[in-house]
Design a binder for this molecule. Sequence first.
Ligand code: ADP
Length: 319
Amino acid sequence: MIITVTFNPSLDSIYTLSQFPIEGDHNRVPNPYRTVGGKGINSARALLSLGADVLALTTIGGDNGQVVKSKLDTEQIPVHYFPIKGDTRVSMTVMANGIQTEIVEKGPNVETDIVLNVIEFIKHYSKTEEDLSCVSINGTINHCSNNIYCLLLDKLHEFLSPNTKILFDVSQPLLGEVLKNKNLPYFIKPNLKELSELLNIPVTKKEEVIDILSKTNLLSDIPFTLISMGADGAVARINNQIYNISIPSIKVINPTGSGDSTVAGVCYALERGFSNIDTLKFAMACGMSNALHEEVGRVQSDEVEELTNKVIVEEIDYK
Ligand code: ADP
């Protein structure tokens, strides 16, 4: 069983246009593809399509929250809801000329009590469910303190068995705080932009990422770090071994949720005890499968199997 946690879900509208809207003009556009987003929801959707046992935990609030609930119920994603004050956010993505532009609301605040309720739920669940393989914390949380995920990590470390892996797919400033914490996650997946923001330096090339993963102390205590690089694949470090991951070129339809599907792939592979190299291949294939479709977080097992065989993972000797 895999649990994903989403503190800031969203109602997403995705517009695929032949050209980007003209500033200051009245832009008439075709109807969007509408879906429920938020990293943990997308990951849960991907896990469900892979046939994994997954439970998504998410906050919902206001009228938008009710729409989120009704859409997720229709999709038959197993979800436990945590009602909050405020209205669940909406977001808009425009795909035009191969470029993805997003307008994402900040979303409602989440009180500490809600975080504690989520922790209690996972605690109770972990006692009754023996095979909890992963708890995946995905995306932002609007909380008055950037340390809130450290509280979550510390509490999870108190009661989760060492067999349950804690994954964090979060960006700055939350990621920086998590990395300074005494108790660390097992896995993180910053993309290039998130890595650049974390280190406060521009990072664009694979050689730079390999150099960073071999030297940066800030990341060295995380057992599994995956730096995803879109069409350029990824670089990973698993227990001091660095891997350069190359992927085939594909005809991208919608890359939204590719990172979330990659994280889903990692959870799936961890649960099933894949080797390091097979885990990386499988996770990349999940990200690619997502990008091949309009739907966000929907991956196809047969496609994943085919793509897995085309991913090249090379061990890098950096010492
Ligand atoms: P995020 O969605 O978090 O920004 P990435 O864009 O790095 O993450 O995508 C995660 C993974 O999804 C990549 O490592 C790759 O496997 C796949 N992917 C994403 N975009 C593309 C693309 N344009 N072409 C091929 N694969 C892609």
